[in-house]
Design a protein around this ligand. Structure first.
Ligand code: FE2
Length: 407
């Protein structure tokens, strides 16, 4: 049994829940307060982002500003080395380390480890370096275009309850000792509102690293609560997305995924947003992108097309965000004959068959309270897509088996 999983199961058996990590002081902008006598160390990571058939982005956070790199290679050798750079300058003033490995071999196991050398400062033309720290070795596998199947799990609406991540994944994310997923989706509202880096680390990144994220990538789709709080505008620095956008598509084996950002739930002029929201315009830009996306070869030739969006355009009440998503995205999604949509937001798990308003089934995951939390498990082959929604107590509360459409 995976050692982390065993430890967790023993812990919940003994205590029933996990405790949160201790809080720390923070500067006004949410960054952690540096401790002069504290040596450089890995705050969290590594965690995998934005994996493709020939690339992956490795991220981690260091306590001090560093020059960092990844040592990696196919099989068991780490003969290559990669770093991040911008406009020719190698990144050397960062605590948030982001290194993209490219030219990888599809469908191949790789080993890697992260290395960071502290940058003490610059004196004239010279750079003063501090100590170098190195992680243990980790591994990941690149997907292949020819993969016959894909398995992923979706969590949503965690709302600052990080114990949900090990609870759902360790209880229901395994068959025997084998993980049932190649990827994890956090489908929005991981937080109530974000005020500091430590909150993001302790409530999402660290529990993900502890359970899976050194080996399996995750994506965070933006929920309306990620749009709130003093740290909201810093969130994108901690993750990697195609073209740095929250709306994009990717193909994994037989499934083409389309990720949309439903944005805030109220109108842009709502007093809560302080006049600093432009979600109507943003959803309009996404609609124009979506119109082209559904005409793409990748979308058309996939065996299955699945949409991930935090607020469902249907069955999510009648607030502005829901209605505007329906107006902007609804006609395109209906016409494009997508196979399935997966959402959250309402906190009430539910499944909605195709009807006169939407031409595809909609699955809405529940949360965040005990008895309402769900893990959505998707397993697709080139012929069949299976979805199961499992409540935290193990009860199956939603199920779809979809066959490949004959177009
Ligand atoms: Fe929400």
């Amino acid at each position: 049994m995976h050692s982390n999983r065993r430890a967790f199961l023993e812990k919940i058996a003994a205590a029933g829940t996990l405790s949160l990590l201790p809080a720390a002081t923070a500067l006004a902008d949410g960054a952690p307060q540096p401790q002069a006598d504290e040596k450089n160390h890995f705050v969290v990571g590594p965690y995998l982002q934005n994996i493709g058939t020939d690339e992956v982005t490795v991220m981690w956070i260091t306590h001090k500003n560093c020059f960092s790199w990844v040592e990696y290679g196919a099989g068991t050798h780490t003969s290559k080395r990669e770093f991040g750079y911008t406009n020719g300058l190698i990144e050397a003033n960062n605590r948030i380390n982001k290194v993209t490995l490219t030219g990888l071999k599809p469908g191949t196991d790789h080993k890697y480890r992260i290395v960071s050398t502290e940058v003490l400062g610059y004196k004239g033309s010279k750079v003063e370096f501090g100590e170098t720290i190195t992680s243990p070795m980790f591994s990941f596998k690149t997907p292949a275009p020819t993969d016959e199947e894909v398995k992923l799990v979706v969590l949503n609406d965690i709302h600052d309850r990080p114990q949900i991540i090990p609870q759902l994944l360790y209880r229901h994310g395994y068959t025997g000792n084998t993980r049932d997923y190649d990827m994890v989706v956090f489908n929005g509202d991981c937080f109530d509102w974000v005020t500091e880096e430590k909150q993001m680390v302790d409530h999402l990144i660290k529990p993900s690293v502890d359970v899976f994220a050194t080996e399996v990538p995750f994506i965070l789709t933006q929920g309306n609560h990620e749009c709130r709080g003093s740290f909201a505008r810093h969130i994108p620095h901690y993750y990697a997305y195609p073209e740095n956008k929250y709306y994009y598509s990717f193909t994994r084996g037989p499934v083409h995924f389309v990720v949309l950002d439903s944005g805030e739930d109220k109108t842009d002029d709502s007093v809560e947003y302080g006049g600093l929201s432009a979600f109507d315009r943003y959803r309009d830009v996404q609609r124009r992108w979506l119109e082209k996306e559904v005409m793409s070869e990748a979308f058309k030739k996939a065996a299955f097309r699945v949409v991930l969006i935090h607020i469902s355009p249907w069955h999510s009440g009648d607030w502005h965000g829901t209605l505007h998503c329906r107006e902007q995205f609804g006609p395109i999604l209906n016409k494009a004959k997508i196979d399935l949509q997966i959402s959250g937001h309402t906190h009430r798990y539910a499944t909605h068959d195709a009807d006169s308003t939407h031409s595809f089934p909609i699955v809405i995951g529940g949360g965040p309270l005990e008895g309402k939390r769900t893990l959505i498990k998707l397993h697709a082959t080139r012929k069949e897509l299976n979805l199961k929604m499992i409540r935290d107590d193990g009860e199956l509360v939603g199920k779809y088996t979809l066959s490949k459409k004959v177009v």
